[in-house]
Design a protein around this ligand. Structure first.
Ligand code: GDP
Length: 213
């Protein structure tokens, strides 16, 4: 992006996220999904990746998405209406073994069907901890999205936990891995909910998907 385009996009992102946000519903089954009347962007990531913190930081509210809810406990999809222009969709964290003897879990059928059959879904964000990079389970989720024809973009989280040089390397390495996936966006974003970095860029990217002003 050129600097000028950047400024305009950042301003659009800031305007979108200055709008009020409201919890719509938590859906546990296909019957309880809200009507897909707004473009949707879904947040995905392994438990503890910093998903709730990122959603809260983006909208500037501390407690919108529940931080550190017992991972893997529910398979609920939470919907938040952002100013009547974009639906933020909080998917359950994956990768948590419910019982010690069970293997790591992916998602329930319900979540898979949501991803596959949701015309309103414009993009999924796959959140990856900057320190850890892509793990096999993340690759599985990306493959699932490739197969479901869900466009997705990787967003590194907790960028404050590593040095800028390490972060740059992680971005390059992650972008190279994403290039092998058909439905992955080529740009890898990086964010920190704690240091509030990368949020303006992510807001700008999401404003491109929202209902026009
Ligand atoms: P979730 O399970 O993916 O929703 O993750 P949470 O948002 O609950 O965060 C998991 C843990 O990581 C919490 O202890 C957060 O305080 C911490 N955390 C989340 N985002 C950041 C970040 O950007 N930087 C740092 N240093 N810690 C973070």
């Amino acid at each position: 992006m050129t600097a000028a385009a950047d400024d305009a996009a950042l301003a659009r992102g800031a305007r979108l996220f200055a709008r009020p946000v409201a919890f719509v519903t938590g859906a546990l089954s296909e019957e309880t999904l809200p009507a897909g009347t707004l473009p949707e962007v879904a947040f995905a990531g392994r438990s503890n990746v910093g998903k709730s913190s990122l959603i809260n930081a983006l909208v500037g509210q501390r407690q919108l998405a529940r931080v550190s809810n017992t991972p893997g406990r529910t398979q609920e999809i939470n919907f938040f209406d952002l100013g009547g222009r974009l639906m933020l969709v909080d998917l359950p964290g994956y990768g948590f073994a419910r019982a010690p003897k069970q293997k790591a879990e992916l998602w329930s059928e319900f979540i898979r069907r949501y991803l596959k059959g949701r015309p309103a879904l414009r993009r999924a964000l796959v959140l990856i901890d900057s320190r850890h990079g892509l793990k096999p389970l993340d690759e599985d989720i990306m493959t699932l999205m490739d197969e479901s024809a869900v466009n997705y973009q990787i967003v590194l989280t907790k960028a404050d936990k590593i040095t800028p040089a390490e972060l740059a390397r992680r971005r390059d390495e992650t972008a190279a891995a994403a290039a092998a996936h058909t439905a992955a966006h080529p740009t890898v974003l990086s964010t920190s909910a704690v240091a509030a970095t990368g949020l303006a860029e992510l807001r700008a990217a999401l404003s491109e998907l929202a209902r026009p002003e």
